[in-house]
Design a protein. Structure first.
Length: 492
């Protein structure tokens, strides 16, 4: 993955600033509560939701286990259908491929479908450096681009903006990118949507090159799938003469039949709809219909490194529904920018440190951006155990250990700033391995409990700054058990 957002501090510092922004918190609270309540009702309509969730999980588990075979099959299928497949080991290579393909058309601008993969690689900035201008056409992405902003949510990247802010952005910036906003534009949704429609329509009709991602790629047929709610993506997929799709290798599914599961679970988990208003599928090229040149750029960028981790690889099952963001108490209060990545929220806290590694301060902090409440796991439509991966990555940050980076097995050093935590965990491990020591420590803690401070000193101050220090009971459980009926032989 390309570097973190420029200038972003580690999560604790960024979150501390975000929670002071009352407007941001209000926008996030309203949006996330609305989406998750609608999702709950949509999911409740299906009696077999649990079975669908398990089916989606097993399809993804199987695919990842045999990804090498299915990627070769996908390349063969796309090529047979008239497309061209390119392989990109990292973000720089993917961006270079796309820039070269655009330059070969002689064009200097492209229209884009909403794509997490191209955000991950920093494609827009890379194209700009080559004199190519990329226009985002998804409404939320358009707001982010015009506002010189960063996305803060997987599904609705401008969730941190309210209608008044969007109106001001349209008024000030649309003219610099194309058709200006209408005179007297208000903040009513209908007027804002119409302003965006008029602004984008001329770009759709003029553009010769489209750039997209994909929600799924079918190895069996070489078919790519994009689901959306606005129809702008379909304009990008059908009107240009050349279409370039940049897609992470984990988006592969084996067969057409597998789509049946995900086309039920994805819309309900993301937009709380029974099906997406626009589901576009294309297989290669067809004479006199749609783009005449199709290029598929298969992106690795840390994915095979993640695949080598038996616990962490489950993050690659993600179908980018964003349900985990909408139920996360940490995301709701801190917002997406605090994560310093295009992948915010719980899924970002486990995906970004694996794709980028934990060498930077912000990536080392992301596994701690969670209360471990488990709400993210409960709503995940492919049953990613995010809390399990968070704990796994915390261990990697604190202890270091073996990992795979750039295809090579390496031994990671412990991250800085965790010496006290390592010492505490080692002391706890030793105490639990010596029952006598543990029993003596428990009794000592109970007998001196009136002397215990309400907050911890030194490094512990950061923990008790936002939590109550648990009160020590009057006697240890072991002593209570021996003193009561539970300690007598033959007790029921």
């Amino acid at each position: 993955m390309s570097g973190t957002f420029v200038g972003m501090p580690a999560f604790p510092e960024a979150a501390r600033e975000a929670v002071r922004d009352t407007t941001l918190r209000g926008n996030l609270r309203h949006a996330t509560h609305t989406i998750r309540d609608k999702r709950a009702r949509a999911v409740a309509e299906l009696d077999d939701w649990a079975a669908l969730r398990e089916a989606g999980k097993q399809i993804k588990v199987h695919t990842l286990r045999h990804l090498d075979r299915y990627l070769v099959q996908l390349e063969e299928s796309v090529t047979a259908a008239g497309g061209t497949v390119h392989w990109a080991a990292d973000a720089d290579e993917a961006n270079a491929i796309v820039a070269r393909l655009v330059e070969e058309t002689g064009e200097s601008e492209v229209v884009k479908v909403k794509s997490m993969a191209t955000q991950e690689t920093g494609l827009n900035e890379a194209l700009e450096a080559e004199g190519i201008r990329a226009y985002e056409t998804d409404l939320a992405e358009l707001i982010v681009q015009l506002g010189k902003d960063r996305p803060s949510h997987i599904l609705v990247p401008a969730v941190h903006r309210n209608r008044g802010e969007i109106r001001d952005i349209f008024r000030a910036e649309m003219g610099e990118w194309g058709r200006p906003a209408p005179e007297g534009l208000t903040d009513t949704p209908a007027e804002l949507a119409e302003a965006a429609r008029l602004h984008l329509r001329e770009k759709f009709l003029r553009a010769k090159v489209g750039v997209s991602g994909a929600n799924f790629m079918v190895a069996e047929t070489g078919t790519l799938v994009v689901v959306e709610s606005e129809g702008n993506g379909r304009m990008c997929l059908t009107l240009p003469e050349t279409l370039i799709s940049v897609v992470g290798i984990e988006k592969t599914v084996p067969t057409w039949r597998d789509l049946e599961v995900f086309l039920q679970t994805l819309p309900r988990s993301s937009t709380a709809e029974r099906m997406n208003p626009y589901t576009s599928m294309w297989t290669g090229t067809t004479d006199d219909d749609g783009p005449q040149n199709f290029h598929l750029v298969l992106l690795d960028n840390g994915r095979t490194d993640t695949l080598a981790d038996e616990i962490g690889r489950q993050a690659l099952r993600c179908i980018r529904c964003s349900a985990c963001l909408n139920v996360c108490p940490v995301y709701e209060r801190a917002g997406g920018h605090a994560y310093g990545s295009v992948y915010p929220g719980p899924i970002g806290a486990i995906l970004s440190p694996q794709l980028r590694g934990t060498g930077s301060e912000i990536d080392a902090s992301l596994p701690y951006a969670s209360s471990l409440c488990g709400a993210c796991y409960e709503v995940c439509p492919v049953a990613i155990d995010i809390p399990e991966v968070l704990v796994h990555l915390r261990e990697r940050v604190v202890q270091g250990g073996p990992a795979v980076r750039n295809g090579n097995r390496v031994l990671l050093k412990p991250a800085k700033g965790h010496a006290a935590e390592r010492a505490a965990m080692r002391a706890a491990q030793w105490a639990f391995a010596h029952p006598g020591v543990l029993r003596t420590g428990q009794r000592l803690a109970s007998r001196t409990r009136r002397l215990h401070p309400r907050t911890l000193p030194g490094p512990g101050r950061a923990w008790t700054g936002s939590r109550d220090l648990p009160a020590v009971p009057a006697e240890p459980f072991r002593d209570w058990w021996q003193r009561t009926r539970g300690g007598k032989e033959g007790a029921e």
